[in-house]
Structures are given as C-alpha cells and as structure tokens.
Write a protein that binds this ligand. Structure first.
Ligand code: GLU
Ligand code: MG
Length: 441
C-alpha cells in the first residue's frame, strides 16, 4: 500500500434513533472548517431504520437540520498495521440551521434532563456503560467462559482496544471474556453528564474499528440466536451534588440508599415499562429479557441480584475507597440496540420525576418477583416488563408523563421510527429477526 496516495478522512456523526452512528465524511485537511461550521442533513435521515429502510417520516423530503460538532468527542483510531489508515470521528448535536436546539435531538434531550436535575434537585449523575458483544471469526474453545485463553484468542485485540480507549481519554475499567462463546465485555470508569453517553457511543465505535483492523467484526446485537447468550449494555449510575459530593449513600438509611436516591430509583422503576421502549428498543431485545438469562424481567430493585430491573451494587469500603464513593445502581434492561443518550436520558428524566414527586423507596427484592403472589406484586408495585417491542411501545404511548419528558417532536419521530423497524420485520421468524440484527449491529 502506498501511503502517500491516501488522504486521511474524518467523519462528523450523530448516534441516531437506531443507535447507529451515521454522518458525513471529509478530508482531515478540512477539519477546522467543518468543526466550526457543522454540516447539514435532512431530518428524515433520523428515520433510517436499523436495517437501512425509510418507511415513514414526519418530515418526508422537507427540512434541514445541522450537525454541530462537539470537539470534546473527537475520537482517533490509529493505524495498527500497514494495511489500514487511521480514522477520526466527531459526535454532534442536532440543531436548527441557526444553531437553536432541535427538539428531535437525542443528545440535547439528555443534556436537558441533566440540566433540569441540576436546577431542580441540585444533583448530577456519575455513571458508565458496560458493553457486552460478540467477536466474529474466532474458534472458541468449548467452555471458554471467562477463560484466560479466550483473551489470547483474538490476538492483539484486547490490548489495542484498551490503548485506543486510553489515548482517547476514556479510562478503561475491565476487559474480559464473558460467559458466552466468542463473547467479551468492556467497561470504562465512571464519568459525569453527557460524557457518560458520549463515551458509551465512542467506546462501541472504537471496539468496532479495532475489530475491523484485525479482520473481525464486533457485534452488539442483543442475541445472536434465540437460544444463545445475550449481550446486555448495563448502565451504572449514582448521584452527586454539584460539587461532586456523593449523594446516593446513607449508612443510616435502609440498605444504605439515601432518601433522594430512593426517590430517584422509585421514578425509574415506576416508569420502567415505558423506558424499555428506549432502553431495550429492538424486536429481539425481549428474547434476551427472559428469566434465567441474567437480564431483567420485572421492574424490581434487587439487592446484588443480576436478574433485577435495577441492581443495588456492593458499596466498597477498603483501600481508600469509601462506601459513599463506590455505592451505585445498575440498570439492566438495556442492550446495544439502544441509543446511549436516550437510555441515560430516560433514566435521568424518570429519576427526576421520582424526586419531584418524593416517591418512597420501593422495597428491594431478594428473590424472584415471579414467585410472589399477584397481591404481593401489587403491594410492591411490581409489574412484569414488556415482553415484546410492541408492548414496550404501547407502554410508552400510555405513559403521558414519559411522553411529556420527550416532547411531541422526539416522541413522534421515535415512535414512527420504531414502528417502521417492526414493519420491516413483519412476518419474519425469530431466527431471521436475530439474523437481521446480527447483520446490523
Ligand atoms: N449477558 C447478560 C445480559 O444479557 C449479563 C451477564 C452479566 O451479568 O454480566 O445482560
Ligand atoms: Mg457482563
């Protein structure tokens, strides 16, 4: 390959309703111009389904919106060998052409939720996404769950991901083989605000880029096939005041959960069936969210329970880490087909609602909620989470409060988008649906 014949490119992108990162590319020589000016797109671009069709759009061929880059998100993937070139991408907000916020923008929706949480409750969110995915082209050893040898299997892949994350100021936390064959997990250290979701998007794309560099594909579909192990994207979060002082932990409170954190969690759990439309937004997300899959089936708060809707994680008290600093919660009803801005936005808006209404802390469960009587479930406000995307969309449509957080433009666009996705899959067998998502994510 003659490197002097190749010009370096970069791309200005948004993470869209399908959680696909799409945008427009240009020569690195024009970097400053486009970072300043942004690039316009048709709003209907947001209506491209995960599978590439546009079925319906509120805007049709009309209108123009602007991708306005946030230079903090510029991401660089180096060339790891002679057969590849380096790449750069930058994430953007979607605005009106004059720079005013655009009501359909997922990133702005999250930013607005965080602003409201700061203004109305004096709180900020500390959090991180944890991503599970499959790698193609490996010859897994039988029983390779968490196996040291499974780290070696993709060659320099793990090390290249860790280094690329660090060079992009995303501090990696863990990288390990997961339970399933060819399945891995990578997580990063917790950070604040919109950056939590930015890092979620950037990390996935870094993993995809590094996998490509070594001739593989990183696949973030919820499920390869109906009987296979699922890929979750779990979201860890806790609350801090605006000075960064932890606010989730209270040693004197039941289970160590502070009053304000209890209210926040109560809001999330009450609205969880509707939130699923945003956090578990594919048709096959609901094959993963079944019992005995270590995902989530009820809107329960589980103490150290990896099948709870939200898990209360262990507070660490050693080596200079205090329980208040380490105490956090994990939202488990989410996967790689969800847009990280919408996922975190849903949690933040629902949590703020719980604080505003001063909702009481739901009683945590320490056993399977399916085993409670109907009366006991009702007493604890426990509901089964949706069992299909249709049910999740119906739950969102029926939740006036959640629709209110989204506003009419985002809510309509998102619902039309998801109904289009279902239309593409109509009549297809579950195995074929899994294949579609495998090919798209
Ligand atoms: N793979 C599981 C999921 O689909 C999660 C396993 C774990 O707890 O790490 O969410
Ligand atoms: Mg895991």
């Amino acid at each position: 390959m003659l490197l002097q014949m190749i010009e370096d490119w970069m791309m200005l992108c948004v993470c869209d309703y399908a959680a696909q990162v799409r945008g427009k590319g240009f020569s690195v020589a024009d970097r400053d111009k486009f970072l300043k000016r942004g690039i316009s797109i048709a709003p209907t671009s947001l209506m491209i389904t995960a599978f590439g069709e546009i079925i319906k759009s509120p805007w049709g061929p009309r209108g123009e919106i602007l991708m306005r880059p946030d230079p903090k998100t510029e991401t660089h993937v180096p060339a790891f060998h002679e057969e590849m070139t380096e790449e750069r991408f930058v994430l953007a907000d979607l605005t009106e052409m004059d720079g005013a916020p655009w009501a359909g923008c997922p990133r702005t929706w999250l930013a607005n939720g965080l602003k409201a949480l700061a203004e109305e409750a004096g709180l900020q969110v500390l959090g991180a996404f944890e991503h599970e995915f499959h790698l193609t082209g490996l010859e897994a050893r039988r029983g390779d769950s968490y196996l040291l040898d499974a780290m070696r299997l993709p060659g320099p892949f793990a090390g290249a991901v860790l280094k690329t994350l660090r060079q992009n100021e995303i501090d990696p936390e863990l990288f390990h083989p997961e339970f399933g064959a060819d399945q891995y997990e990578v997580s990063c250290k917790a950070t604040h605000g919109v950056t939590i979701a930015d890092d979620g998007v950037r990390l996935r794309e870094i993993v995809r880029a590094v996998a490509r560099a070594f001739g593989r594909r990183a696949v973030f579909t919820p499920l390869l096939a109906p009987d296979k192990v699922g890929n979750g994207t779990h979201i860890h979060f806790s609350l801090q005041d605006l000075e960064g002082k932890p606010q989730s932990y209270d040693p004197k409170a039941p289970h160590g959960i502070s009053q304000v954190a209890g209210q926040f969690l109560a809001g999330v759990l009450r609205h969880m069936p509707a939130l699923c439309a945003l956090t578990a937004p594919s048709a096959i997300s609901y094959l993963r969210m079944r019992p005995n899959r270590w995902s989530a089936t009820y809107n329960n708060l589980g103490l150290l329970d990896r099948e709870a809707g939200v898990r209360v994680c262990t507070a660490i008290d050693r080596d200079g880490v205090t329980p208040a600093e380490s105490f956090n919660f994990e939202y488990r009803a989410s996967d790689g087909t969800a847009n990280p801005y919408l996922t975190l936005g849903a949690i933040v808006w629902a949590g703020l609602q719980g604080i505003q209404e001063k909702l009481p802390l739901p009683e945590p469960t320490d056993s399977d909620p399916a085993e409670f009587s109907k009366e006991e479930q009702a007493r604890r406000n426990l509901v089964h989470l949706p069992q299909s995307l249709e049910e999740a969309l119906a739950a969102l449509k029926a939740d006036e409060v959640a629709l209110g957080w989204m506003g009419p433009v985002l809510a309509e666009a998102y619902l039309v988008h998801k109904e289009s996705e279902l239309a593409v899959l109509d009549g297809k067998h579950m195995d074929e649906q899994c294949r579609y998502y495998f090919e798209s994510y």
